[in-house]
Ligand binder design. Structure first.
Ligand code: F6P
Length: 326
């Protein structure tokens, strides 16, 4: 492939909450970069490391045997300093000192907003979407979502065994920040009776109490309620259920277990494809892009257009979860 803009050296960093598959992405950026004749610098700890000039050249072998590992070998952070205009000026100056012709940012929405502001200071960027939340508007898929969902699926299967045996009601809180993708997909995959997500305004009586009473009438003896962390407080919900119908639900908050573990095939493959695409976009002379997954294809989008896009929970997916909970 012709190197249209004579790009020589790129940096790569991981930023924000880690996601399984970030290592697969780092590996693919390094290998594709070297394949196309570039020097690739690994920047430590996200934007924090960029501000400190914590970076070193990566080799083909420096990314051996990381494909199957969760977390990120580059480490990650949420940098307060980078959020300030002075911080970003400093980061851009450091990128120039290290002669980085572009920076590939592997992370979520917040990291991309930062990347866009950095690009406005003359540092070309490319974003690769990685967050377990799957909450980035411009892409149908974000790296880490499938692995997190599989972890949630395993955990809820286990909680369901004991919920069934004790004829109980279990409330399970999953991650997702302000989005309900993990909760909704887990509710379908685990056959939950009730799913609460921030995108749908909740009425405790209509959405929780009445379905439990109706389920009991239909012969249900146990109930799984999946709650997205942004939807409501699980302990308050448990209190309300106890007060209203006398059942004391058991609350499980799955927490950070959802962010770890060996990435699934889907996450390894999509991370690899997106990352090779990111390097190739730079080689073609594209600048300030976000790599996205649309209609089973990897595409490169203009960063301003990409970040202006929003996505909504599909109402039919929500209905599917309700139909199957009968
Ligand atoms: O964005 C990924 C995520 O795990 C969210 O689901 C969660 O709300 C948040 O990160 C937790 O962030 P922190 O690592 O700062 O506790």
């Amino acid at each position: 492939m012709e190197n249209k803009q004579a790009i020589r050296r790129i940096g790569v960093l991981t930023s924000g909450g880690d996601a399984p598959g970030m290592n697969a992405a780092v590996r693919a950026v390094v290998r594709a970069g070297i394949y196309y004749g570039l020097e690739v610098y690994g920047i430590k700890n996200g934007y924090t490391g960029l501000l400190l000039g914590e970076m070193e050249p990566m080799s083909l072998r420096s990314v051996s045997d990381i494909l199957s590992h969760g977390g990120t070998i580059l480490h990650t952070s949420r940098s307060r300093e980078f959020m300030t205009p002075e911080g970003r000026e400093k980061a851009a100056a450091i990128a120039r000192v290290y002669k980085l012709d572009a920076i590939i940012v592997i992370g979520g929405d917040g990291s991309f907003q930062g990347a866009k502001l950095l690009s406005e200071l003359g540092i070309p960027v490319v974003g690769i979407p990685a967050t377990i939340d799957n909450d980035i508007g411009c892409t149908e898929y974000t790296i880490g979502f499938d692995t997190a969902l599989n972890t949630v699926k395993d955990a809820i299967d286990k909680i369901k065994d004991t919920t069934y045996s004790h004829e109980r009601c279990s409330i399970i809180e999953v991650m997702g920040r302000r989005a309900g993708y993990i909760a909704l997909h887990a509710a379908i995959a685990n056959g939950a009776e009730i799913c609460l997500i921030p995108e749908k305004k909740m009425d405790v009586d209509a959405d929780v109490i009445q379905p439990i009473l109706a389920g009991r009438t239909r012969g249900k003896t146990h109930f799984i309620i999946v709650v997205a962390e942004g939807a409501c407080s699980c302990s308050e919900l448990a209190e309300q259920i106890k007060r209203t119908i006398g059942i004391a639900p058991a609350v499980s908050i799955l927490g950070y277990i959802q962010r770890g573990g060996s990435p699934t095939v889907r996450d390894r493959v999509i991370a690899s494809m997106m990352s090779v695409h990111a390097v190739e976009a730079l080689m073609r002379g594209e600048r300030n892009r976000i790599i996205a997954y649309k209609g089973e294809r990897v595409v490169s989008l203009d960063i301003d257009e990409a970040l202006a896009q929003t996505k909504e929970i599909d109402p039919h997916t929500l209905l599917t979860s309700e139909i199957l909970s009968l």
